[in-house]
Ligand binder design. Structure first.
Ligand SMILES: Cc1ncc(C[n+]2csc(CCOP(=O)(O)OP(=O)(O)O)c2C)c(N)n1
Ligand SMILES: [Mg+2]
Length: 187
């Protein structure tokens, strides 16, 4: 599913929350324009918001898990206030804290992240669970729909995973250099 979302991504910048999202964007092809988080739980949307504001000419995708999004849910209020047109947020909702042992999250008990985002002021929100929905999410990421927030319901499966590089400083430098040039390295 993530491979399909990232197909023909060109220069899309991708911030992935920890857990399956970080592994899945890596499985789709590790590259400098990926910023997978190993920690910073709850921070993915804020990192993506800063990036979208700093790089208005680039499209930015934040892809994160339901647990991570629930932890950082307040950040959506700030996203709504700033409303960058180049930001898409996609939540892979398996209704589980998958990485830590598949404990159910609040979405399994009915918490509705798309409704929450709408309530905080995001105009374009949806929950999808089939291939037609996925096509809509792709249009939101690559089209000119502006700011979007999509929840993709996925099965809670314990799949093999592809780990991104483990060195956070390396990931940061590689990302900065590809955007800003060699001088942006801080190591
Ligand atoms: C502040 C903080 N609390 C708890 C954890 C432990 N932790 C790591 S991954 C994870 C679950 C993530 O769930 P979700 O975002 O839904 O991703 P999934 O693993 O389901 O893909 C938790 C609780 C952490 N890394 N940081
Ligand atoms: Mg999850």
């Amino acid at each position: 599913m993530v491979e399909e979302l990232l197909r023909d991504r060109e220069d899309l910048l991708v911030v992935a929350g920890l857990g399956a999202c970080a592994w899945d964007i890596t499985a789709a092809g590790d590259r400098a324009e990926n910023f997978p988080l190993w920690g910073a739980m709850g921070g993915a949307v804020m990192i993506g918001l800063g990036l979208a504001l700093a790089q208005p000419e680039k499209r930015v995708l934040v892809i994160t898990g339901d647990g991570e999004m629930l932890m950082g849910v307040g950040s959506l209020a700030t996203v709504a206030v700033k409303s960058p047109a180049n930001l898409s947020i996609v939540v892979l909702d398996n209704e589980r804290f998958g990485e830590t042992g598949m404990q159910t999250t609040h979405t399994a008990a009915g918490a509705d992240l798309a409704a929450t985002a709408a309530g905080l002021g995001l105009a374009k929100t949806a929950t999808v669970s089939d291939e037609a929905g996925l096509a809509t999410v792709r249009r939101n990421i690559y089209g000119d729909a502006g700011l979007s927030f999509d929840v993709v319901k996925v099965k809670a499966e314990d799949l093999d995973f592809t780990l991104p590089p483990k060195d956070g400083a390396y990931l940061k430098d590689r990302f900065r250099i590809t955007l800003l040039g060699e001088g942006a390295a801080t190591l």
